[in-house]
Design a protein around this ligand. Structure first.
Ligand SMILES: [Zn+2]
Length: 377
């Protein structure tokens, strides 16, 4: 018998890719949350400043680094802190997501107008649609093309402008649960991107999408022969990363507004409000692993002690895994798929050990109870 269990401190599931637990049954995100309260970030900040100095001397670019932004709280926060606290001049860049939400576009405009240099990259939307569709089918990842471009199009721009430092927001593996391989490493490379972020599916999806050389431009990983040393880092490595604090800073300084309606499948309205495919992504995550967006959001609140595990449990039970009914029409139009083709993809990715299909409604229903050890053959 195999056992599926939930973190004893937050509500992370043992099915979460790459996650590890200690003898108390705490997941690696909770272990890190405990450790980082007294963690000395200062040596890391020193490293960061040293790197900036080195880059300034070598490249003499008017920009010290690139910060990928979407208009959301985290990228806005990182840009703001680097500019105001560290006196840096970041070039902010957005790779335009598919199916943008109005509130996301408004927030991006507000952010840019709060005083940042900004480039908006729009990879050809038909190409993007193609890669997203194959990502949905082959990886169960509905915006795989955009995920790729968040790295590749920004690295491409960094190379063109000779700005070798890119500062991403959080290392989700460490903050939310996953691989610990980069726990003590500040700089990451394209191998980490391929393995962790692209879930080793980059070649599979790109082979299926069959892009022409021109279409490939924004989706290409950096080649070794580019011979340009690139430094990719996560700002969560340099301070006690707190998404709610970022929300407040971005709201007060960068014009961030929350969504008027609650996000699909969770209880929050201030995170991930830039594009409509996110609701499908978290629903697929639920079908594959048994947890969705509410688990992720509750975990953040529990770890920052704004919520007890029991309160989180009630919210997760109420919201997690909600079928994104109101978006389905939009998704079918976007992927140019029929409802039955679309459902086939969901059926393919649903974890049959964890779910059974309700033959009447066609919706996958959990066999497990959230928070209670579950055994399967
Ligand atoms: Zn945990």
């Amino acid at each position: 018998m195999n056992k599926i269990f939930w973190c004893k401190s937050c509500l992370n599931m043992s099915t979460r890719p790459r996650i590890t637990f200690d003898s108390r049954g705490w997941c690696n995100a909770c272990q890190w949350a405990e450790k980082k309260k007294n963690f000395k970030f200062n040596p890391r900040i020193k490293e960061f400043k040293k790197l900036i100095k080195k880059i300034r001397k070598l490249y003499k670019s008017p920009f010290d680094c690139i910060v990928p932004v979407s208009g959301g709280k985290d990228g806005s926060y990182v840009s703001y802190i680097l500019k105001k606290k560290f006196g840096l001049n970041p070039l902010t860049i957005t790779s335009r997501p598919p199916l943008t939400m109005d509130v996301g576009e408004k927030n991006l405009n507000n952010f840019v107008r709060s005083g940042f240099d900004h480039i908006h990259i729009t990879p050809n939307e038909e190409t993007m649609r193609k890669v997203n569709k194959y990502g949905f089918i082959k990886m169960g990842f509905p915006y795989y093309g955009w995920l790729i471009s968040i790295f590749t199009s920004i690295i491409k721009t960094a190379t063109q402008f000779k700005i070798p430092l890119i500062v991403y927001g959080e290392d989700g593996e460490i903050e939310y649960g996953g691989s610990k391989e980069n726990l003590n490493t500040l700089i990451f490379g394209s191998d980490y991107i391929e393995k962790i972020y692209f879930e080793s599916g980059y070649k599979k999806v790109m082979n299926a999408a069959k892009l022409t050389k021109q279409e490939m431009f924004w989706f290409e990983l950096p080649k070794r022969k580019d011979n340009f040393e690139l430094y990719l880092t996560h700002w969560s490595k340099y301070e006690n990363w707190d998404p709610y604090d970022h929300y407040l800073v971005a709201k007060n300084n960068c014009g961030l507004q929350e969504s008027k309606v609650q996000n699909s499948g969770t209880f929050t309205n201030f995170a991930q409000t830039d594009q409509d495919l996110y609701a499908l992504h978290t629903y697929l995550c639920y079908l594959k692993f048994g947890f969705g967006r509410a688990t992720q959001d509750a975990g953040i609140e529990i770890r920052r002690k704004a919520m007890t595990r029991d309160q989180g449990l009630n919210l997760v039970k109420a919201f997690d895994g909600m079928y994104p009914e109101s978006y389905i029409k939009k998704y079918l139009e976007y992927y140019k798929m029929s409802k039955s083709e679309f459902n086939k993809v969901l059926d393919k990715w649903a974890n049959k050990k964890l779910f059974t299909k309700n033959t009447k409604s066609g919706i996958w229903e959990p066999k497990f109870t959230i928070g209670e050890d579950f055994f399967y053959k």
